[in-house]
Ligand binder design. Structure first.
Ligand code: PRX
Length: 648
């Protein structure tokens, strides 16, 4: 049982690791923080010994701010680390337990996963994929997505996984930016009992992506699809005739492992580049320490492989630790609201890593759903993607963890590659709502706009002062954007995370949320500019201002303020059409919650839409100084319209 303490000074609630958990934890000596601080390179160098290298590195770190190279001269392969390295001891151990939404179950041992991966790696080679070619993977949560990722890593072809719920157009943008000419997809997948035709979206997306020569299609939902002669090939046909032995390519530590597109403050998503050695060391160690992985754990990270969490904490981190991972294809409320708890009970899940939005949704559905199931196998709970409010933290701890599981709230980003702020469950006393302390070796601080370090209790900007192994290396094809976005805020050597946060007197971090034009909807990053550019792409729209509004369940929701072109009428039909237009062009997860028509938007004299003012209006907050607006009266009109829209 974790000991609950009420701090008499602050009346804050705290949870100390139980003695038994601390005794058996993978890391339980608090000295580790000091050790890392005193000798950063020595610390990471020692940890790097934990993974498999074909050739050991010469230098742990070359830091020429803002560029870092980790473990230079080292040679390794990520797929080898996740598969081959585990065969001797764990060949017969399940690597993946997969459950489909329809209830079908598939299991792969490490031996089988190695075989399938090697076979698919040979398929890729046969169709001409070479080291360095970027392969786009556009698949739902089926085992083949992991096989495809590991097969790419095996032959040294960086993967770019595009979240399956993105639209064909969003897929096309990412394929074009990556200059990828192979797409791996499937016919369809299940979502709340219905089949989503994935291949149909690929066909739509590829209309404007002439460079794609090959499409490999997994037959999964058996829905009717059109196979385009000379371009589309069935996965099973290709696999049938292919050998199961494929040596791993020897990769340099700094060779690209994958590209991951993420939303930024312009309409164009950024291709975040991660390399091999540092990423593998960072994800391997953080998984081992933060999730305290043990031999017989059944580990379930509910994130999709289409996001960074799926990459780091479903695939590379856990598999390189020889864990048994659980994967689930579908929705948490299909066929009923206890699907997650049914899965936990059935597969005896011991570690659960999910998002605050999911937790708040479960809270809303009520405790009767988890109560129907035996959740006693759970021993550790995790949270990621957005700030978790203390109420949701406590609910999770009490109703899912039954008071006995440590809760690790993990702060990190696509760009950081690994968890940067989190409790170490055998060491850290947790406080509901705080991600607690920076991981050993991570120099996180709170700075003001000018770069001065702030006192505890003061709101400021989250920054990281020292490099870490799994850090973003560049933005694909746009080095300037890499520098401008992350490094130029202060001194070109301090990483700007884009989050507001504060530290308390115990050195614990409390994350407030994004300070830039990014909205975090259910933990999914969506750029306001991305939504605005889709809206103004509609023939009826003259201008659009998009902001995030605090949402009880999803953390933030998308609110759009739209000015129509002359000749278009502000009707309910048009409003619905525009909302659908956004969902169709980005993906259903980006569906705006509210759309308000207005003849004018708050603009500076130079004509720039002031999202800050719109955000304050949407959230019912003080708008601050509006005297610099072209027309300050627009604020009053928008406040009235917002109040009216909310009352409906
Ligand atoms: O605002 C922070 C929020 O998610 C952002 C990163 O989004 P993304 O790159 O999509 O990665 C999400 C999964 C790692 C951050 O800038 N965020 C992530 N985790 C937390 C969080 N905010 C508060 N608490 C967290 N634990």
């Amino acid at each position: 049982m974790g000991d609950k303490i009420i701090d008499p000074q602050s009346e804050e609630m705290k949870f100390k690791p139980s003695e038994s958990f601390a005794k058996n934890a993978n890391i339980s000596d608090p000295e580790i923080y000091k050790k890392a601080e005193e000798d950063l390179e020595g610390f990471w160098g020692e940890l790097a010994e934990d993974i498999n290298w074909f050739n050991k590195w010469d230098t742990v770190l070359e830091w020429k701010p803002p560029h870092s190279k980790w473990f230079t001269g080292g040679k390794l392969n990520a797929s080898y680390n996740c598969l081959d390295a585990n065969i001797e001891k764990n060949g017969d151990k399940p690597a993946i337990i997969w459950e489909g939404e329809m209830g079908d179950i598939r299991k792969y041992t490490y031996e089988e996963l190695l075989e399938e991966t090697s076979r698919f790696a040979n398929v890729l080679k046969k169709i001409g994929v070479k080291k360095g070619d970027i392969v786009t993977i556009y698949m739902p949560m089926i085992p083949e997505i992991v096989i495809a990722m590991l097969a790419c890593a095996r032959i040294g072809a960086p993967h770019s996984v595009v979240f399956a719920a993105f639209s064909g157009e969003a897929l096309c943008n990412r394929i074009s930016d990556a200059k990828s000419n192979l797409v791996i997809t499937c016919d369809g997948y299940y979502r709340r009992g219905k089949v989503v035709s994935q291949k149909h979206k690929v066909d739509e997306g590829l209309i404007c992506c002439g460079q794609v020569k090959d499409v490999i299609v997994v037959q999964h939902a058996n829905n009717d699809i059109v196979m385009s002669e000379g371009r589309d090939m069935w996965w099973h046909d290709l696999m049938e005739k292919t050998d199961t032995k494929c040596d791993s390519e020897v990769m340099d530590s700094e060779d690209m492992l994958f590209l991951m597109y993420t939303s930024g403050t312009t309409g164009k998503p950024k291709g975040i580049v991660h390399t091999t050695g540092g990423y593998m060391v960072g994800t391997h160690i953080s998984t081992k320490w933060i999730f305290d992985l043990k031999e017989d754990d059944i580990y379930w990270c509910t994130a999709d492989c289409g996001w960074i969490t799926g990459h780091s904490y479903l695939v590379y981190g856990p598999l390189s630790n020889a864990a048994t991972i659980l994967m689930y294809e579908g929705a948490p409320d299909y066929p009923d609201k206890d699907r997650f708890w049914d899965i936990v009970e059935k597969h005896k899940v011991t570690i659960l890593y999910t998002a605050p939005t999911a937790i708040r949704t479960f809270m809303k559905w009520g405790t009767e759903w988890p109560e129907k199931h035996d959740l006693s196998t759970l021993r550790l709970l995790g949270s990621v993607g957005e700030p978790i409010n203390p109420g949701a933290w406590l609910w999770y701890h009490e109703n899912i963890g039954h008071g006995k599981c440590p809760v690790v709230d993990t702060w990190w980003q696509t760009e950081t590659g690994m968890i940067m702020i989190s409790a170490l469950p055998g060491i850290t006393t947790t406080k509901p709502g705080s991600a607690t302390r920076a991981f050993p070796g991570i120099d996180a601080v709170i700075l003001d706009e000018k770069g001065n370090e702030l006192e505890p209790g003061q709101d400021g900007l989250l920054a990281i002062r020292k490099p870490w192994p799994s850090m973003v290396r560049t933005v694909h094809g746009d080095e300037q954007r890499f520098i401008d976005t992350y490094w130029s805020k202060w001194d070109n050597k301090t990483y700007f995370a884009g989050d507001g946060a504060k530290m308390d007197y115990d050195g614990y971090f409390w994350i407030i949320g994004r300070v830039d034009d990014i909205i975090q909807v259910s933990g999914h990053r969506i750029g306001t500019a991305e939504v605005e550019s889709i809206l103004v792409g509609h023939s009826a729209v003259a201008e659009a201002g998009v902001v995030g509004k605090i949402d009880e369940i999803k953390g933030e929701a998308i609110w759009c303020y739209v000015t129509l072109k002359t000749g278009f009428e502000e009707t309910e039909e048009l409003k619905t059409e525009l909302i659908k237009h956004v969902a169709k062009n980005i993906g259903p997860f980006a569906r705006p919650k509210m759309l308000i028509f207005s003849d004018d938007l708050p603009k500076t004299r130079s004509g720039k839409i002031m999202r800050r003012v719109l955000k304050a209006i949407a959230n019912g907050a003080e708008t601050g100084d509006v005297t610099t607006l072209q027309d300050p009266d627009v604020v009053t009109t928008l406040k009235e319209k917002t109040a009216k829209a909310q009352s409906i």
